[in-house]
Design a protein. Structure first.
Length: 510
C-alpha cells in the first residue's frame, strides 16, 4: 500500500468515462438451466477452502487482451496449479486427465456463454520401470528421453441459450510443453516451448505447458494487511514459482457478436469427473482477486461452483466490501460510503463507453473491447492511467491489477484520490513479444552450485569419463574416485545422486 506515481490525466480518464453512469444496477438471476448436469463446491492462488486441496484443478489466473503483434486477434491465457516448486520432482506437474479445462466466451453481454473452448489432456509414459520424469537430456518434445509426456484435444462448442448447437474438435493430440526439470535435463527449453506452439485451422493458435507465474504481487497482504504497518511490501511472492498454462489466440471475428458489438466477456472454469462419471464444476475465474478478497469464506466454494448468470447472490459482497473497512481499521484511511455502486459498474458491468456491452447483465467476468488497439507503451495501471487497452478492459500480463484494484476499492472513482499499492510493479521475468507471451518457467536446477564447481560442465564431463562402458572399468573407478576427492564431500553426494542418470547417458552415448 505504498504510493505510486501516475499522471493526473490518467486519473481523470476513467472517472470521465464512468461519470454519470454510476447506478444501483442490481444483479438479476436468469433462472435458467445449466449447460450440463452437476453442481458442486470448490480458484486462484488457494483462494477457496475446497479447491486449495486439489491444485491440478485450481485455476489461478485469467488474462485476455488484444494481441500486441496481431491486433486482429485476441489472446486468452488461463493458468492452473499454483506455487509449482521448480525442483518438485520426481513427479512433476501435469494437467489432470479427469478434468475439462474450459475457456468461456459471452459475445452479447447476457451472462451466458456463446462459445466454449474445452481442453482435455492425456498422459503417456514410455518406461514405467523407472522413477525418472526424463532419462537423459531432452532436445525435443518427441525425444525418447522424455519419459512422461502429455497431449491434448480442443473441442469448440457453440451454444444458444445454454444449449449446444454444434461441437467441433479443432485440435487433436497436440503436445504439451514439459516441466522444466533443469539445465542438464533440458539444456534448450526455449526450443521445447516453441515446439509446443501449434497453429489451428481458421487462424487460431494454441499452447499448453509450464510457464513462469505471470502474476506479480506481495501476498503478505494476508499478514494483517502488509504487516499492519506497511513493513511487508515490495516482495514479489510468486517470484521463482511456475504454473501450468493454456493459451489460445483467436481471430476477433470468431468470438465477437459483430463488428458493431466488439465487447466480449471471458471466464474460465475447471470441471472434474465425479464418482458417477459426471463432470462437476469445481473452479471458476474471471476478474482477479474476486474470490480471494471480495467473497467471504461462506461464499468461496459456492462461487467456484456457480455461473455468472447467477451472480445476484454475491451482489452484497461487491456493494458492501470488507476490504475498505479493514484498511480503515488498521491504517485509519476512511472507507468510501456504501453501497459501492462504482464497483458494480466497473467490475460487474464494464465501463460505459469502453467495455460495457449494450443491455448487459451484471456478472463477474473479464470484459474486453476487441476494437481497442494495443498500446505502443502499455501503462501498468491500465485504464486508471489513461491506457484504455489495459485492465479493467481485459487484463494484460503487464497490468498491475493489485495497485489498480486497490485504488478503485479505496474510492478513486468517487473522489477519494489515492496512490495505494504493494510496491511490486512488474514481473521478475520479461514477457515474450510473440504468442504465447509468457516467460519460460524457472528451471529446477536453480540455486547455488556445489563447492568447487563452476558454472561449466566440469562435473558432468568427469562423470561422463568415469562411466565408460565395460572394458575400461578400472580407469572409470579411478576417475570417479578422483572426481569425488576433488569435489569434496559435496561433490561425493552430487556424484552419487547423479550415478543412475549418467549410466543412462553412457548407454546412449556409447
Amino acid at each position: 500500500m505504498t504510493p505510486n506515481s501516475r499522471t493526473g490525466v490518467g486519473r481523470r480518464s476513467l472517472a470521465t468515462l464512468i461519470s454519470g453512469a454510476l447506478a444501483a444496477g442490481g444483479l438479476a438471476a436468469a433462472g435458467v438451466t445449466t449447460l450440463e448436469p452437476g453442481a458442486a463446491s470448490a480458484s486462484s492462488h488457494r483462494e477457496a477452502p475446497l479447491i486449495s486441496g486439489t491444485p491440478q484443478y485450481d485455476n489461478t489466473d485469467l488474462y485476455a487482451f488484444v494481441s500486441p503483434d496481431k491486433p486482429d486477434t485476441t489472446t486468452i491465457i488461463a493458468n492452473w496449479i499454483p506455487f509449482e516448486e521448480p525442483a518438485g520432482g520426481p513427479n512433476f506437474f501435469t494437467f489432470a486427465e479427469d478434468a475439462q479445462y474450459d475457456l468461456r466466451i459471452d459475445s452479447n453481454g447476457d451472462a451466458q456463454e456463446d462459445l466454449l473452448f474445452r481442453y482435455t489432456f492425456r498422459t503417456h509414459t514410455k518406461n514405467k520401470k523407472t522413477f525418472l520424469y526424463n532419462t537423459g537430456p531432452v532436445e525435443s518434445l518427441d525425444d525418447p528421453d522424455l519419459n512422461i509426456t502429455q497431449t491434448y484435444d480442443i473441442e469448440l462448442i457453440k451454444l444458444r441459450h445454454l444449449k449446444a448447437v454444434s461441437s467441433t474438435k479443432i485440435a487433436d493430440d497436440v503436445p504439451v510443453a514439459p516441466s522444466n526439470v533443469g539445465k542438464a535435463s533440458m539444456p534448450d527449453y526455449d526450443t521445447l516451448r516453441k515446439q509446443a506452439v501449434h497453429e489451428l485451422a481458421g487462424g487460431a493458435t494454441t499452447f499448453a505447458g509450464q510457464a513462469d507465474d505471470p502474476f506479480f504481487l506481495d501476498l503478505r497482504v494476508f499478514d494483517l494487511l502488509y504487516g499492519g504497518n506497511l513493513s511487508e511490501v515490495g516482495n514479489d511472492t510468486l517470484k521463482g514459482y511456475n504454473v501450468n498454462s493454456v493459451a489460445l489466440q483467436v481471430p476477433n471475428h470468431m468470438i465477437t457478436e459483430s463488428a458493431e458489438q466488439p465487447v466480449v466477456g471471458i471466464w474460465s472454469t475447471t470441471r472434474r469427473k465425479n464418482a458417477q462419471g459426471h463432470f462437476t464444476q469445481v473452479s471458476r475465474l474471471g476478474s482477479p482477486l474476486v474470490n480471494e478478497v471480495v467473497n467471504p469464506l461462506k461464499n468461496k466454494d459456492t462461487f467456484n461452483a456457480s455461473t455468472p448468470r447467477d451472480d445476484a447472490r454475491f451482489l452484497k459482497n461487491v456493494t458492501n466490501p470488507e476490504l475498505p473497512k479493514l484498511i480503515e481499521g488498521i491504517y485509519k484511511i476512511p472507507a468510501p460510503k456504501e453501497p459501492r455502486n462504482d464497483l458494480v459498474d466497473v467490475f460487474l458491468k464494464g465501463v460505459e463507453g469502453l467495455n460495457q456491452p449494450p443491455h448487459v447483465t451484471p456478472s463477474e467476468m473479464l470484459r474486453l473491447n476487441t476494437s481497442i488497439k494495443p498500446a505502443a507503451k502499455p501503462k501498468r495501471l491500465g485504464v486508471l492511467d489513461g491506457d484504455n487497452a489495459g485492465f479493467p478492459n481485459g487484463r494484460r500480463l503487464t497490468d498491475d491489477v493489485i495497485d489498480a484494484s486497490l485504488q478503485v476499492v479505496e474510492g478513486e472513482l468517487v473522489g477519494a484520490k489515492n496512490d495505494l499499492g504493494d510496491a511490486v510493479d512488474a514481473n521478475d521475468k520479461e514477457f515474450g513479444a510473440a504468442f504465447p507471451y509468457l516467460a519460460n518457467p524457472t528451471e529446477g536446477s536453480r540455486g547455488p552450485l556445489a563447492k568447487g564447481v563452476d558454472g561449466g560442465n566440469d562435473v558432468r564431463n568427469q562423470l561422463g569419463d568415469a562411466l565408460r562402458p565395460a572394458g575400461a572399468q578400472g580407469s572409470d573407478n579411478t576417475t570417479l574416485i578422483a572426481a569425488s576427492a576433488g569435489a569434496g564431500a559435496g561433490g561425493i553426494l552430487l556424484i552419487g545422486a547423479a550415478l543412475l542418470w549418467w549410466r543412462r547417458m553412457r548407454d546412449r552415448a556409447y
